[in-house]
Unconditional design. Structure first.
Length: 410
């Protein structure tokens, strides 16, 4: 009976309730976009958060790391341990360049872009895949994760390739275990820096699209290739994260930056500076959209309180009669709670439809909405606040009067 009464009350104030539903839907959708934007950005920040929030340097090598003549392969620096021997850092995460060709029917073969990773990078970060799985750090064979390609390579295929060694090309083959999603964020790709405001964690990555690059990308495990005899040349290249003890002086780090420049590092950035800039970037979407969400929530709550107060005012005589027939004031308030709940439920259904429209239409190029735990928690919190505040006016009205006073006044 209470539910039927709530539905009848909503029909009597249909225009105001529709407005409340639309406002609540808009607030939920914008909040979903805001939270999703933060979650998407955190997917590439969180794996290396301890480095970003620690004491260290981010380095970008635009040429392979080397100590001497760049074109003398014997001077190339291949391992994290070898790089650390020149520095005062305590640990390093490095990506490596491979000189690799595959047979495409031409005289010299094609040269895909090839990168290998330290085991710690493989364990910490997995780019978005459209098929298969990520690299294993304990593989018994050479594993490859590839981008989209013109060769028809897919998960399970064996790819023969030639890779550069110290003084010769080595003929090897590897099994495809995963295929990258187009425009996946890949660690160790070179992203240009436009100005100082771009000194954020995203410099570690860049998106890769076969349609733009025109050649496939092949990703390997450094340790798997290093176990081969003879092993390929895997020069440190592109993104490097260095961690230092907390008591390391600024003079020591500046000296290391000079050493890194001599080894082929194009730029090095203090991670504390990078982390401050990164936090601003991570929360930018929240700073931009939070005022809109707040304004919409205020409008929703005002509409809800007004609608509840109006419907309660119109039905005070009915509530008084119900009370004389055994219905308690708290049951009358349940009617208003059910009305607010139905409004919230309708807004949630419209929000789900809106999310589906965004995700499966061209709007996904502009807005990305994730349906994860954080989005659910934020939306549930907004709905809870809405339900609680929508009961504010009815509670005040009902508890400030009596059935006898209502009946005498009418």
């Amino acid at each position: 009976m209470l539910l039927k009464t709530a539905m009848k009350t909503m029909r009597r104030n249909i225009s105001m309730n529709i407005l409340s539903i639309l406002q609540m839907t808009a607030a939920l959708l914008i909040a979903s976009v805001m939270v999703s934007a933060i979650c998407i950005r955190y997917q590439t920040y969180t794996p290396f958060q301890d480095y970003f929030e620690g004491h260290g340097l981010f380095c970008k090598f635009t040429t392979p790391a080397h100590d001497g003549d760049l074109y003398d392969m014997s001077t190339r620096i291949e391992s994290s341990e070898a790089l650390l021997s020149y520095l005062s850092a305590s640990s390093a995460l490095t990506a490596h360049e491979l000189i690799l060709t595959v047979d495409d029917g031409s005289e010299n073969g094609a040269m895909p872009k090839a990168i290998s990773y330290d085991d710690e990078i493989i364990r910490r970060y997995q780019p978005s895949l459209q098929d298969g799985r990520w690299l294993s750090t304990e593989a018994e064979e050479i594993e490859i994760v590839i981008s989209e390609n013109a060769y028809g390579w897919k998960v399970g295929d064996i790819i023969p390739f030639a890779v550069g060694g110290d003084d010769q090309m080595l003929l090897l083959e590897g099994r495809v275990v995963g295929v990258l999603r187009d425009n996946a964020e890949v660690f160790g790709l070179f992203r240009s820096r436009n100005d100082e405001s771009d000194e954020i964690y995203r410099l570690l990555y860049d998106s890769y699209s076969f349609g733009i690059e025109g050649k496939p990308l092949m990703l390997f495990s450094y340790s798997t290739l290093e176990r081969l005899e003879p092993s390929p040349l895997q020069s440190i290249y592109s993104s490097v994260l260095l961690s230092y003890p907390n008591d390391t002086s600024s003079e020591t780090m500046k000296k290391d930056q000079q050493t890194l420049n001599r080894l082929g590092c194009a730029m090095s950035i203090d991670l504390q500076t990078m982390d401050v800039n990164s936090k601003h970037y991570l929360y930018y979407e929240m700073y931009r959209l939070l005022p809109i969400v707040a304004v919409l929530m205020v409008l929703v709550l005002v509409s809800s309180i007004s609608s509840s107060a109006l419907s309660t005012r119109r039905r005070l005589r009915d509530y008084a009669i119900f009370y004389l027939n055994g219905l308690q004031w708290k049951q009358c308030m349940v009617v208003n709670l059910l009305q607010a709940f139905l409004t919230g439920a309708a807004a949630v259904l419209l929000t789900i439809c809106g999310v589906a429209v965004v995700r499966f239409s061209t709007l996904s190029d502009t807005f990305r909405i994730l349906w994860n735990g954080w989005v659910v928690v934020v939306l549930a919190g907004m709905l809870l606040v809405y339900l609680l505040l929508s009961m504010l006016m009815p509670v005040m009205m009902l508890y400030s009067t009596t059935p006898a006073r209502i009946l005498k006044g009418n």
